[in-house]
Design a protein around this ligand. Structure first.
Ligand SMILES: [Zn+2]
Ligand SMILES: [Zn+2]
Length: 864
């Protein structure tokens, strides 16, 4: 008997909730054309599902009946072997099925059905030009004819779907399209729907295809303004009403006149409104680099030229020239025939940043990937990168997966930003994956920040990263002066009055006093002066998530968990009945640690200073806005926070208004402090720095330091020296002291010591297991059940260094109706954490959690 010819086997990550890829047999017709990175249609149960080829010629798993692949879906692979290496790592590290990782990495629009559309070829464009020249010389035939008519239409509209042409009334004859195709005047492209839907149009006119020459002559003699407009129209082909505004007395009437005479046609013209296309005249490349920049670039360039994986951390204050280093490193990568990815936190993807890259690389196509893109636009950008047309990619976190190949350098700007972390589903951190990707691709990685994360700062100091410190600012511009206002008051009068009041009255009165005190004399005077000078101010009220924190207004005492050193959060007693979790109700409510569940009744008197002004305090940007409006009735005040901003449009509009000086005072959350050049702003005020300090998060001090440093970088970027005023109850706190002195090293040393003592990252690793459900009791029980499993696991010898904290309610106890619980796992190394999580997650899969959602957040950044 001849030996059986065995089929080729492939490993396929199927789009279904399965932990591991499956093995399929290839039918003979596909044997030689399937490669890693393509999509297949495969059978799964009685269904047919999409899968990604992740392995070729794998071994047959024992005792299973092999099924055969149904079809091949892509002519080209969608990802490279290097990217597959990254996907496999991410799947193991974050405990997410490989197919889900791949699905996240590929743009959602990739499956969009494309439609055939016509576009002008270069020859077609020349044909249009020629016709207009003839027209101008009055040599053109009166009717351009159907063919030329279509070309002229394409010139204005860019592209037209073939199906639309055939359906139109009267329809465009099919053979006409064929003829134009054959003569290479048009090209047929496959376009994703949605690519054009977002193009805004406005009213305008274009030259009529069949203008009567006699009418033109008549008009030229009779109406001088119309003739001027006509001449301009001949030159441009089409004009929008906004282009005419201000240059003609009554453009609308003139346009109507030309249309009525049959010389022009009404038309909708696209408005260039893509904010990334705005020409903002970014600064030209400096002729010379500062010495610090030069050394940095030499080191990065050496890694790029040697095709060597090497990470760098640039610690550089605002304005120290980090971007210039990024730009030159990319130049070097391009010169070596390789591409670049630049990651920026979403909110920093401003027109300024993008136009700076585009203007530097005029001969390159720069692809931009961010969440504001429609599926069609995303699809176009992605394919431009995949084809190699765009070698430079600027994007938010998902751009870490952009199919740039070969890759020379990845830049992660503001590497500490939380925006790099996806906080649902496949909860990856793009900065961390950038490092892994660069390793797979033998590329350089450049992390940059004025205030690096403790994680990166430590690796820079340990020598894992090439550390580059830029202390000098370009042109030696001074940083803004930071002044601190101490909000503590030991106003005995207040206390005496409060003591005399009944509890309920006392609460009301102290809230009123607190709000009043929030705008200190110094802050008011500074605002007034800035207003008088016609300059702009930013007022920051960094309020996020947690509604209230607990504070002694006399001595500034913080209330922290004795075990976890995170702020306790104040909760009002839910009812007069005893709470099963927290015991007898206290009229003042209770204070709760959201990491470990520790709780205590909220005190009526401060245990440190015996003052009675201890109470929860919460206020938002809205109240601050009202307060400022009352105090400065003439000022133009704008509020900028996520409630006000609904999308990219309003964000750019707001920035634009600030740039045009239509606003005097901007009130906002920390987003206003980030990554934008606002040259008119000379005063930045932080109303309550303690809000960041008191977040129930072990990174609260780090966040406070980052926020204050960013604010200081905001005021005084232009020529005017800025002023920064920080109000706080705790001026002696090290995060505030070092931020005021702009001393990152000083801050790092104190914070690192604290983290090491408590085994928080970067000294040890964390995973947050989250539970959410509509039924509060079920959710709590599910969390407790898993915590029980986890605690039993820690009794095994190999896991005795692992610590389990909680479960406890999440600081934001309820989101969209769902109760939230969390449980933390702490381990000294990432390897041990992975080994611990594996059996734990297996157990989670076996335990019936009912209708409770479970979600693993590894290396969590958002602890709320
Ligand atoms: Zn006190
Ligand atoms: Zn605790």
């Amino acid at each position: 008997m001849p030996p059986l010819l065995l089929p080729r086997l492939v490993e396929v990550a199927v789009d279904a909730p399965l932990p591991n890829p499956l093995t399929y047999a290839l039918p003979e017709r596909l044997e030689d054309i399937v490669t890693v990175g393509q999509r297949l249609l495969v059978p799964l149960g009685n269904r047919r599902v999409t899968g990604y080829v992740v392995g070729l010629d794998v071994e047959s798993p024992p005792e299973t009946e092999l099924k055969e692949v149904i079809d091949l879906l892509d002519p080209l692979p969608l990802f490279s072997p290097e990217l597959l290496g990254l996907f496999r790592f991410a799947s193991r590290y974050y405990f997410v099925p490989l197919a889900e990782v791949i699905k996240t990495a590929l743009p959602a629009g990739i499956n969009v059905k494309t439609r055939a559309a016509l576009r002008l070829s270069d020859a077609g464009r020349r044909e249009c030009d020629r016709w207009r020249e003839l027209e101008a010389a009055r040599l053109a035939p009166s009717d351009p004819g159907e063919a030329l008519g279509l070309l002229l239409r394409l010139e204005v509209e860019g592209s037209v779907e073939v199906a639309r042409l055939l359906r139109a009334k009267p329809p465009t004859p099919k053979n006409l399209i064929e003829r134009l195709k054959k003569s290479k005047l048009v090209v047929v492209t496959q376009e994703a729907p949605g690519a054009r839907v977002k193009v805004k149009t406005e009213a305008g006119i274009r030259l009529a295809c069949a203008a009567d020459p006699e009418a033109v002559e008549r008009m030229k003699k009779k109406a001088r303004e119309q003739a001027r407009l006509y001449a301009e129209l001949v030159e441009h082909g089409a004009l929008s009403s906004s282009q005419l505004r201000g240059r003609y007395r009554d453009p609308a009437r003139l346009m109507r006149g030309l249309i009525k005479a049959g010389i022009a046609e009404a038309s909708r013209l696209p408005v260039e409104r893509d904010p990334f296309e705005i020409d903002l005249c970014p600064p030209p490349a400096p002729a010379r680099l500062m010495p610090g920049q030069q050394d940095a670039l030499a080191a990065i360039g050496a890694a790029i030229d040697a095709r060597r994986f090497q990470p760098f951390l640039i610690e550089g204050v605002t304005g120290s020239g980090k971007t210039e280093i990024y730009l030159r490193a990319i130049e070097q990568a391009l010169a070596a025939g390789r591409g670049a990815i630049v990651l920026a936190p979403e909110i920093a993807l401003t027109p300024q940043l993008v136009s700076r890259f585009k203007s530097r690389f005029v001969n390159e196509r720069v692809a931009v990937l961010h969440s504001g893109l429609g599926p069609g636009e995303r699809h176009d950008q992605w394919w431009a990168i995949r084809r190699g047309d765009a070698r430079i990619v600027i994007g938010a976190r998902s751009a870490v997966f952009a199919p740039v190949s070969p890759l020379g350098v990845i830049v992660v700007d503001e590497e500490q930003e939380q925006a790099y972390k996806q906080d649902h589903g496949f909860a990856y951190n793009a900065r961390d994956l950038a490092l892994k990707r660069a390793q797979e691709e033998q590329a350089a990685v450049v992390l940059g920040s004025a205030t690096p994360s403790l994680e990166s700062a430590r690796r820079g100091r340990d020598g894992d990263y090439g550390r580059i410190v830029l202390r000098e600012r370009v042109e030696s511009r001074p940083l803004a002066e930071v002044e601190v206002v101490d909000l503590r008051e030991t106003a005995e009068a207040d206390n005496a009055r409060l003591r005399g009041l009944a509890l309920e009255e006392r609460v009301k009165e102290r809230d009123r006093i607190a709000a009043e005190r929030l705008l200190s004399e110094r802050m008011q005077t500074a605002l007034e002066t800035t207003l008088e000078r016609g300059e702009q101010s930013i007022i920051l009220m960094n309020r996020r998530g947690v509604s209230s924190f607990f504070l002694c207004f006399d001595c500034g005492r913080r209330f922290v968990c004795p075990a976890c050193d995170v702020s306790l959060v104040h909760h009002r007693a839910r009812s007069s009945a005893a709470d099963p979790n927290y015991g007898a109700p206290s009229p003042m409510g209770y204070l709760l640690c959201h990491y470990c569940g520790y709780h205590e009744p909220a005190p009526e008197v401060c245990p440190d200073c015996r003052g009675v002004r201890v109470f929860p305090f919460g206020t938002g940007t809205e109240q601050v806005e009202l307060m400022l409006r009352a105090r400065f009735p003439g000022a133009r005040i704008m509020r900028l926070d996520s409630d006000v901003l609904t999308g990219r449009e309003s964000w750019y509009q707001s920035l634009d208004r600030i740039h045009r000086r239509e606003v005097d005072i901007i009130v906002g959350t920390q987003m206003v402090a980030k990554g934008h050049d606002l040259p008119g702003v000379t005063l930045a005020g932080v109303l309550l720095a303690d809000l960041a300090l008191d977040l129930p998060d072990f990174r609260a001090a780090e966040r406070t330091f980052q926020l204050l440093t960013q604010v200081a970088g905001r005021a005084g970027r232009g020529d005017a020296t800025g002023r920064v005023i920080v109000q706080t109850f705790r001026p002696e706190h090290y995060a505030i002291r070092h931020a005021v002195a702009q001393d990152f090293d000083g801050f790092y040393n104190e914070e690192a010591g604290r983290r090491e003592r408590l085994h928080y990252p970067p000294f040890g690793r964390l995973a947050n297991l989250r539970f959410a459900g509509l039924d509060g009791d079920l959710t709590r029980d599910a969390a407790k059940k898993i915590a029980g499993v986890a605690r039993r696991l820690t009794r095994r010898g190999e896991f005795n260094e692992v610590r389990v904290l909680g479960p406890s309610p999440a600081p934001i106890g309820r989101i969209r109706g769902k109760w939230r619980w969390m449980m933390l796992v702490q381990a000294p190394t990432p390897q041990l954490l992975t080994e611990f999580l594996r059996p734990l997650l297996n157990a989670v899969n076996k335990v019936q959690l009912g209708r409770v959602d479970f979600f693993l957040d590894r290396d969590p950044l958002n602890m709320l």
